[in-house]
Design a protein around this ligand. Structure first.
Ligand SMILES: CCCCCCCCCCCCCC(=O)SCCNC(=O)CCNC(=O)[C@H](O)C(C)(C)COP(=O)(O)OP(=O)(O)OC[C@H]1O[C@@H](n2cnc3c(N)ncnc32)[C@H](O)[C@@H]1OP(=O)(O)O
Ligand SMILES: CNCCCN(C)c1ncc(F)c(N2CC(C(=O)NCc3cnc4ccccn34)C2)n1
Length: 409
């Protein structure tokens, strides 16, 4: 978006203010502090040592008296529906409150039940009287490599407080409670992302968007007709072939897990921060799951070697207050590896299959090697930034997005 809208200016102002304001909660936490930026005497690694499990607070943190903790069993359709409804109405919106993420129920059960997950890390808050779910926060276990150290971490996500309960300091209680429950499993680090600036990002990424259905995107206000552009010229600009160009480009299947794991582990080893995926992880996170995650690979027609891989996840957004459309169908670039097929061609094939699947837009962060294809494949810079954070682990210098090999949902 060339001329920054007022909301972007306001957000940038808030971001810069955040650097100056006191963060009563975050200044009490073992995270990089703004005052420490540039202090290269501070060692890289854990900020606080682990404590003895007997020393971890055994009972949950106190909630305001009218609320109670609940563990959300995502295997229960009823509970999963309650979580879905809470997020559908109260989760992340864009700066102009035109869109709100609408993570599907099947996406949530996939995102929250990876190998080795803990049900106790799916934490809800209910009103005692109505039993209504009013807040949520989750963790899932992950092995994250930072430089040459593989660290057991919790990936924290889906922090949500009902709109009616905002600005009551509930979020810090949710965060302390998930921290306590993660500590009980002898895990002392976490990774998380947010659209807001907190102490202290390890890197800040830019979102890029590739129009697939430009007419709808303009109708709903996601994008604007370019200067000196007509609608028909815009539709032609973003037109894509009907089928992928790469010979041997096909859906990933269960039998491909070992080869894809090798390909991905080798590729991710070049980044400073990246997941340490094994075959079980690859089977869960990357095997195609309808309406949740799509993954493709290139199998050489001659040698049957698997040489390239690309994937994207499905995250629709509710369109708030538009007569003609209620849902924005968005695909988010996930993990991509190119060893033989040029990344540009591989990603163009990803755009082609996403368009075939009726997505309206294909989003990508400027992480890994994504910058090499964004402009050429007609992605435009978004106004959303995504800040990456580690909890209880210091990185001496902020990373460039291209040094990051981690995509959170
Ligand atoms: C070892 C294991 C560790 C595990 C934990 C690792 C840490 C995990 C951290 C969580 C990773 C989450 C990853 C995601 O899910 S990011 C997505 C977050 N969710 C949304 O944006 C959905 C819509 N918004 C809401 O539901 C509420 O506004 C939330 C719940 C976000 C804040 O509620 P509310 O607006 O009613 O505010 P408050 O009065 O209760 O509390 C104000 C305090 O909260 C700090 N705040 C505000 N927004 C965030 C945020 N996104 N991450 C961390 N902290 C945040 C804020 O700076 C202030 O602290 P301080 O500035 O005074 O210090
Ligand atoms: C905690 N998990 C982090 C990932 C959650 N993710 C995917 C996310 N976090 C912050 C963002 F800034 C963002 N953006 C995608 C870009 C975009 O599409 N912006 C227009 C738009 C359409 N729908 C929505 C809904 C909410 C916010 C912006 N929206 C900006 N994505």
């Amino acid at each position: 978006k060339e001329n920054s809208s007022l909301s972007t200016i306001v957000r940038r102002f808030k971001d810069s203010v955040s650097l100056g304001k006191t963060h009563k909660f975050w200044e009490s936490q073992p995270v990089g502090q703004f005052k420490d930026i540039g202090d290269s005497n501070l060692p890289e690694g854990p900020i606080e040592p682990p404590t003895l499990l007997s020393e971890v607070k055994q009972e949950p943190y106190n909630l305001p008296s009218q609320y109670e903790w609940t563990t959300c069993d995502m295997e229960s359709d009823e509970t999963c529906r309650e979580v879905y409804d809470l997020l559908k109405c109260n989760y992340v919106e864009d700066d102009e409150n035109m869109f709100r993420f609408n993570y599907s129920q099947e996406f949530l059960t996939w995102a929250l039940r990876p190998p080795g997950y803990y049900r106790s890390w799916h934490i809800g808050v209910r009103a005692k009287s109505s039993k209504k779910l009013v807040a949520f926060i989750t963790g899932v276990p992950a092995r994250i490599r930072v430089r040459d150290e593989v660290v057991k971490m919790a990936e924290i996500n889906f922090l949500c407080v009902h709109k009616k309960l905002r600005s009551k300091r509930l979020a810090p209680v949710m965060i302390k409670e998930v921290t306590r429950r993660v500590h009980l499993e002898n895990i002392w680090q976490a990774a998380y992302t947010a659209g807001v600036v907190l102490p202290t990002p390890i890197t800040t990424c830019q979102y890029w968007h590739r129009s697939l259905n430009p007419k709808k995107l303009i109708d709903v206000g996601f994008s604007r007709l370019g200067a000196r552009m007509t609608m028909s010229r815009t539709i032609k600009l973003y037109k894509l072939p009907d089928s992928p160009a790469t010979p041997g480009f096909r859906n990933m299947e269960l039998r491909d897990v070992p080869a894809v794991t090798r390909l991905l582990r080798n590729y991710l080893s070049q980044f400073v921060v990246a997941p340490d995926f094994d075959e079980n992880d690859v089977e869960h996170w990357l095997l195609p799951t309808e309406n949740v995650v799509d993954s493709y690979l290139v199998e050489s027609p001659e040698t049957h070697e698997i040489t390239d891989f690309c994937s994207f996840y499905t995250l629709p957004s509710s369109i708030l207050g538009n007569q003609n459309h209620s849902t924005l169908k968005a695909a988010y670039s996930y993990y991509n590896v190119s060893t033989k097929t040029p990344l540009l061609q591989l990603m163009n094939d990803a755009l082609i299959v996403a368009k075939q699947k009726d997505f309206d837009v294909f989003n990508a962060l400027d992480v890994m090697h994504n910058e090499s294809f964004l402009k050429e494949l007609k992605f435009g810079p978004g106004d959303g930034q995504l800040h990456y954070y580690l909890y209880n682990y210091r990185i001496r210098h902020a990373l460039r997005p291209s040094e990051l090999g981690l995509v959170l949902l």
